[in-house]
Write a protein that binds this ligand. Structure first.
Ligand SMILES: O=C1O[C@H](COP(=O)(O)O)[C@@H](O)[C@H](O)[C@H]1O
Length: 235
């Protein structure tokens, strides 16, 4: 069951507070906070609000859970959104910014290169144990760039892959479900009435991850607005 937020601004405020609390806790106990970011429209304001907080920016490492194969200054670039919202605004060391190589002719090699980056960073671990994975959900129940009926849904050994998405006639890059599920905290941010049916399907007892890829994920927390929340899930 869920306790939805009445307004999107409440969701953003709660997620900002939770993000900063977790970052401070992780930095205090391990000296590091490693976060995988989502793209899309929902988290933009969250990122802007995080940038206004006083955090130890030298201790936070930024990764991307999915990306589009476009130039990094394209309006569609997930990296661009985070750069403009946070990275350009605070003194973030370049070495802490782990963006996906993009706009290449060979997405398979680019995905492998990013997987190598992740494996180097999480060197002694069987999976990337993020402190936090932030996720959104599309109205087709995709998350990261795990879209319905695409190949990456079945990937079980790789951490990060290229994924052909027929409806865009394009490759996307995405973390795989096992890599997402290795996060210590996994938070979904879902807002807007266009998500209501998808959310109901994801929570249905009928497990069809090929149709509703968000069913593959084991989130630790949901941030959902009231208009996105089916009545059956409200506490
Ligand atoms: O394509 C994408 O969409 C999802 C959901 O985005 P939203 O605009 O509905 O918030 C997002 O989580 C993903 O990272 C993004 O690339």
């Amino acid at each position: 069951m869920m306790k939805p937020y009445i307004q999107l601004t409440d969701l953003h405020q709660a997620a900002t507070d939770a993000f900063c609390d977790l970052a401070n806790q992780c930095i205090a106990s391990n000296g590091l906070f490693r976060v995988s970011l989502s793209g899309g429209s929902t988290p933009k304001r969250l990122y802007e609000m995080i940038a206004q907080r006083d955090l130890d920016w030298t201790r936070i490492h930024w990764f991307w859970g999915d990306e589009r194969n476009v130039p990094s200054d394209s309006p569609d670039s997930n990296f661009k959104m985070v750069r403009e919202a946070i990275l350009d605004k605070r003194k973030v060391p370049q070495a802490n910014i782990h963006n996906v190589p993009v706009n290449v002719d060979d997405p398979a090699s680019a995905a492998l290169a990013y997987e190598r980056t992740l494996r180097e960073h999480f060197s002694d671990q069987p999976m990337p144990a993020w402190d936090l994975v932030l996720l959104g959900m599309g109205d087709d129940a995709h998350t990261a760039s795990l879209f319905p009926r695409t190949k990456a849904i079945d990937e079980s050994s790789r951490w990060f892959v290229e994924n052909w998405v027929e409806k865009f006639d394009a490759f996307r890059y995405t973390l795989t479900a096992p890599a997402i599920n290795s996060g210590k905290e996994i938070w979904f941010l879902v807002a807007g009435d266009s998500k209501k049916t998808a959310l109901a399907n994801v929570f249905s007892e009928n497990q069809r991850p090929n149709e509703y890829p968000s069913q593959l994920i084991r989130p630790t927390r949901w941030f959902v607005t009231q208009d996105a929340c089916p009545d059956s899930l409200v506490r």
